[in-house]
Design a protein around this ligand. Sequence first.
Ligand SMILES: [Zn+2]
Length: 439
Amino acid sequence: MDSNVESPEQVAYRRMEETTRRLMEEFKLQDETSKSRGYESGGLKVALQSPHELPANNPSMIYTSQPRGSPYPVECLLRGAAAKRELIEYPDFPQEIYRASDLEERAYSIVDIPGKGLGMVAAQDLEPGELITSERPLLLAPHAISSPASLEFNDDATEEQQQAAKYFEADRMLKIAYERMHRDDQAAYMKLHNAHLHDGSGPLLGVMRTNSYGLFDMQGDTYVGVFNDLSRVNHSCCPNTDRAFDRAALSMQLYAVRNIKKGEEITTSYCNHLAPHAARQRALTPYGILCECPACVEHVESDKNRSRISHVRNSVPAIVKWAANPMLPDDLLLAPSLKMLELLELEGLEATPQYLQVLYHLMLICSALGTSSVNPGCGFYMEKWARLKRWDVKVNPAERGIQDLEKIRIASLVRRRVLMGKEQEEAAAVFGASNPEAE
Ligand SMILES: [Zn+2]
């Protein structure tokens, strides 16, 4: 066998390097003409070496496909050698995942949604906490890429010229990443919607600004990703899913937060969906979206509800105090918590920390009251809460280090006046010997 024959991987790597060098040469020529566009570019600093050969403080932009050697890699544009090290040294990285297209059965399909272009619909009934898909981005880059810091503008450069130059430079940086992507991924990227055709964003930056999700923070940058199927999920201020980025697998998980019927559209939020209607509309402008979800249509009433919901706070200390005081009525905290839960579900805000918090409060309150005909019991809320936390519901949450339940157990013994021997001592340790019930 001829030892000079390159392996397919070596060929791909050599081509990638050649492409990068060719683009760098092109860019050098463009740099010389940038003066006529009103600014001087510091030039792109691109490193082709392994990050281990670069000093940790090297600030060059790094182009890398990760996980290395994976059949399903992500094209990453990272700022500095330290960022690349942090990415690949993340605990349990890299965990392999499947491409949705390789799976025999998918929980969703991508279809035309009247008035919205393409969107995602459920291909089966989905339950709260159920994983819909886990997908790697086509391209991952720092959010701040659209305003490169190294440009020096002539004194007479207008604001418009400056913005155009920044977009132009950002698109050049993305071009290298794009050229390194697999041909199928390039095609998928260019098929995505671009809401920035007329503001000077180049085609690559335009697609990124229209379709990217924030993923995680690293080395002072927020990193964003553009996805194939996930970028098709339309926005709603009452989304029926939430997203979580799994850094070990370098993939975004999309999971249901309430029951979704087969055929129903799957939605996610592109903005802070607890914010008032006007603020949401402003935040959605860059995506070219005029939202017509129930909360936007009935926005006067919905704004009032969302403002109340945004004031939900951690009430665990108050619940412990109530549980330990038999003079306070049973439904003192139960009734308002049930009302708040109803309001959250009415507003379609199951994908908020407030919803999880109210479920958690109800779990504690019901554990103090015990199951009765008026409440479905601690276990009911515990299971709902654990599912949305994406924990295995068979695992007793108390084993997961929830000491609050233990506190409530002891406090509610005081409430029900059934203290005996060892329990009296436990209660005394938690609430102090001055508590009359613990004497
Ligand atoms: Zn809306």
